[in-house]
Write a protein that binds this ligand. Structure first.
Ligand SMILES: C[S@@+](CC[C@H](N)C(=O)[O-])C[C@H]1O[C@@H](n2cnc3c(N)ncnc32)[C@H](O)[C@@H]1O
Length: 298
């Protein structure tokens, strides 16, 4: 199976350089507010796709267990350092285009600042829908190409791409901004019903961030996030979606993982490997991380 290339964060210090030392306290707080508004009060098993170093994971309070999935092993290690090892957190290194879980396993999923890296967004959304039970919640954040700054730059001829057209813009290799209408279309065609939209980071402007404290800007942001149901002109949009239809019921076998190569479940679990009894591929369990990026070479 060929899937699009992955934006590789292996060895990246993204959490420190972008969030902790990058002057993004306002955006972080504004996102926390949006998440709080959209997350259900309680749930059993949440899939966090592109969890990175686990910046958002402590915010998923109501869920009993959380699967942190990321392609980057080093990001997951940083998440482990932040959250520790317990039954509450399951760390999985895998490609979001080939989720190693059985159909209908989860009753919730989130994908924050990750669709951003997907050259084939509908393919990933189809995978997410497959692993969700009917009626589950899916919170998807995406980077909006039709944001006010891009519109102004386009009007002033400082930018050659058109923020109003539906196709994604790849502004840096494997970094995409999307048109809200295109994302809504993909959500619908992959089996989701859109329930709510919140616009986030209205005040992502260097001068405002210099003049006002993050808490004040986040509070202002919280007052206008609800307008996201009517128009979306911010760089970031949070959507709340429901898994529609009755497809993808949870398995009666109680299986959890499936082979990302051949789709078989259940896998045989030994102390430090998972083996697919159908195709014979083996996957490593290393330092508390289930590693499905590629099979162990035979
Ligand atoms: C910008 S970071 C966001 C991390 C986290 N969600 C946050 O908001 O702090 C994007 C994450 O997506 C992961 N990622 C990118 N492509 C992926 C793929 N195809 N499958 C799984 N994870 C992927 C990267 O490794 C990275 O950790």
């Amino acid at each position: 199976m060929t899937t699009p290339p992955v934006c590789d964060y292996e060895g990246s210090d993204y959490q420190t350089s972008f969030w902790e030392q990058g002057g993004r306290a306002y955006e972080d707080r504004a996102e926390a507010i949006a998440l709080k508004r959209l997350l259900p009060k309680s749930g059993k098993l949440l899939l966090e796709i592109g969890a990175g170093a686990g910046r958002n994971t402590p915010r998923y309070q109501g869920y009993e267990r959380i699967v942190l999935l990321d392609y980057s092993r080093t990001q997951l290690r940083q998440a482990q350092e932040r959250l520790g090892t317990s039954d509450r957190y399951i760390y999985v290194a895998a490609d979001a285009y080939r989720l190693p879980f059985v159909d209908g396993l989860f009753d919730g999923a989130t994908m924050i600042r990750t669709l951003h890296h997907m050259a084939d967004a509908p393919a990933v959304l189809r995978q997410v829908r497959r692993v969700l039970q009917p009626d589950s919640t899916f919170i998807l954040e995406f980077a909006n190409k039709m944001n006010l700054k891009a519109i102004l730059r386009y009007a002033l001829r400082r930018q050659d791409w058109n923020p109003f057209t539906l196709e994604p813009v790849e502004f840096v290799d494997l970094n995409f901004d999307f048109h809200p209408k295109a994302v809504r279309g993909w959500l619908k065609e992959t089996g989701f019903e859109l329930e709510r939209q919140l616009t986030v980071s209205h005040f992502r402007i260097a001068l405002l961030k210099k003049l006002f404290p993050p808490s004040f800007l986040a509070w202002l942001d919280s007052l206008v996030q609800h307008t996201g149901n009517w128009w979306q002109l911010t760089p970031s949009v949070f959507t709340l979606n429901r898994a529609a239809g009755q497809d993808f019921l949870p398995p009666e076998s109680g299986a959890f993982f499936q082979c990302p190569e051949c789709g078989h479940a259940p896998l045989d679990e030994q102390e430090d490997t998972l083996t697919c009894p159908r195709c014979g591929r083996e996957y490593a369990i290393r330092d508390g991380i289930y590693d499905f990026r590629e099979p162990i070479p035979s």
